[in-house]
Design a protein around this ligand. Structure first.
Ligand SMILES: [Zn+2]
Ligand SMILES: [Zn+2]
Ligand SMILES: [Zn+2]
Length: 95
């Protein structure tokens, strides 16, 4: 699985780490203070994958992960993520 995330330009952690519910999981002061400065362009974060494996298309923007659990998160669905997703997934969108 892979997912598009925005990294904080201040501390380099994922934007989602800054949200209130996740503050306890990191010792990063920026994250705990919820002062994220997300980069406008998302990066593709690969999980459960190995070098040489084919790159999987990321989760579609706006997908809820781990639904029903305490750790439910929704993948970002901003314009940059939508554009990156379409690029990565090879989806041609009529201009
Ligand atoms: Zn941080
Ligand atoms: Zn940060
Ligand atoms: Zn986004």
């Amino acid at each position: 699985m892979s997912v598009l995330v925005h990294l904080c330009q201040s501390c380099g952690h994922q934007q989602s780490w800054h949200s209130a519910g996740n503050g306890g999981y990191t010792s990063c002061r920026c994250c705990r203070a919820d002062q994220c400065d997300p980069a406008p362009e998302p990066v593709l974060l690969q999980t459960f994958s190995f070098p040489g494996w084919q790159i999987e298309p990321p989760l579609p923007p706006g997908t809820v992960r781990n639904s029903g659990s305490m750790h439910a998160t929704t993948s970002c669905a901003c314009d940059a993520c939508l554009a990156a997703y379409q690029r990565l997934a090879g989806i041609a969108r009529p201009a």
